[in-house]
Write a protein that binds this ligand. Sequence first.
Ligand SMILES: Cc1ncc(COP(=O)(O)O)c(C=O)c1O
Length: 408
Amino acid sequence: MTRDHMQQLIETAQRVLVQNYRPQPLVLARGEGAWVWDVAGNRYLDLTAGIAACPLGHGHPKLAAAIAEQAKQLIHVSNLFYIEPQIRLAEELALRAAPSMGAVRSFFCNSGAEANEAALKLAKRYQTTVLGRPERTSVLSFEGSFHGRSIATVALTGQEKYRSGFGPLIEWARILPWPTTALDPVLQQITELTCAVIIEPIQAEGGIRIPPQGFLRALRDRCTATGTVLIFDEVQTGIGRLGAWFGHQHPEEGAAPDVMSLAKGLAGGVPIGAMVATDALAQGFAAGSHASTFGGNPLATAAGLCVLRTIAEERLLDHVTAMGEHLARGLARLATQHAARVRGVRGRGLLRGLALDGDATPVVQRCREGGVLLSVAGGTVVRFAPPLIVVQAELDQGIEALDAALGA
Ligand SMILES: Cc1ncc(COP(=O)(O)O)c(C=O)c1O
């Protein structure tokens, strides 16, 4: 395969695909660990991990074997029947959610937006049907958030660029200002008339923003006091990304939701989403209240089981914490060396960002030309979301490429 072949594919893509993406000019063909190759045979260090969706990296032998084995047995049957890997995956999630959330139940779907949709529908039904409070209609989210691309999740996404042109959006969705202190007055906007609040433990697409220390706990308290359902969108922060199974279990947090949404890393790159709700909240759905044809199908849940077990067996949570600290030190060095252009270093675990004084896109492009794939978050932040199996030397190579790109 040659560069011409890659160029031809890109030209075809521009003709036959809806032009809703602005991809980097590479057609990727295969991967191994934290590395990928394009169809012309060029190798890149992939520190994007499919937007935080490939915790085990590419071509992980255990995951590839689990998927192949399941594909030979049964790929799909629908929820007209019980599915063993789906049941086992729910058990594994319950085990890992228990320390913060107590007893939980899972509903499986196919993406992060769908997991959030399920969480919103569950909160609504819980308030109206289980508690008999039909007056509680409003759902609140925060400025800078990202919750997905469906109409309801767009309405709750606090960034205008994702909302524009889709109005009028849903009237019960309201976006609150981003808090600046733990006890920010914004909390008073949550009242006895609020149905639910949704928040990311760290705003990822919004530019790797961590809420003020103690805010999530204060939010938990306010939701408990007003009878409001608290939803944590853990689509990007879950499944080990911050060095804990779920972002809210990070030692610096200590606030648990009533419902959390998961997707991305859960099945190592196979499409999946999950809504995990406390036993009490889960009563909001009865047979027929919600469904998904592919949700929790044998293939996706067998992959999910392999991912969770591999993270546990290979002690990847500790590895993420150690690698995250190493990465943070490297980024802090860059912040000093390029002080004129850098506004700060943000993040936890292996979700880190270098905030720049302007558009991060040209910097990410230069990194790609230097053989390292990164992505932009919130317009001005260079995001590192490598596979959880990344090693120190690979992170160093990423830092070096970013150093060169910032110096260029
Ligand atoms: C926090 C968060 N929520 C929801 C989503 C939407 O997930 P999906 O693209 O799988 O629908 C994303 C995707 O980036 C996300 O980061």
